[in-house]
Design a protein around this ligand. Sequence first.
Ligand code: AMP
Length: 125
Amino acid sequence: MPVEALGDYDDGNVFARILRGDLPCKQVYADEWALAFHDIAPQAPVHVLVIPRGRWRSWADFSAGATDAEIGGYVRAVGHVARMLGLETPGYRLLANAGTEAGQEVPHLHVHLFGGKPLGPMLAG
Ligand code: AMP
């Protein structure tokens, strides 16, 4: 069920529970700003989610309200994970769904990192 990009943060969302350690994940990387783990329903040979540690619902509130340190730490973590996974030379795709028309389902900011094969056209359909 798609969610709105803005609104109150829901501490019960699945990624908040993963951040608290209440739910397991297949972790790829963690630092003080971000956590990266494999998507539970991968859509490419590499499909990793990178999430900030802060209580941000989407790119909309994060880009408007997060500190420069949070934004810098998070963006660097996304790049670090792509580098770690050996994706810089073959290439990779980043995708962040924000709000209902984008089909965002989990109301905690996440960037999808796809790679491991030619990824085809940018948008399906
Ligand atoms: P989005 O539609 O951009 O909100 O994407 C949410 C993503 O979270 C989907 O690709 C789901 O497969 C993924 N997902 C949902 N629950 C989990 C979970 N427990 N562990 C890992 N990925 C998850």
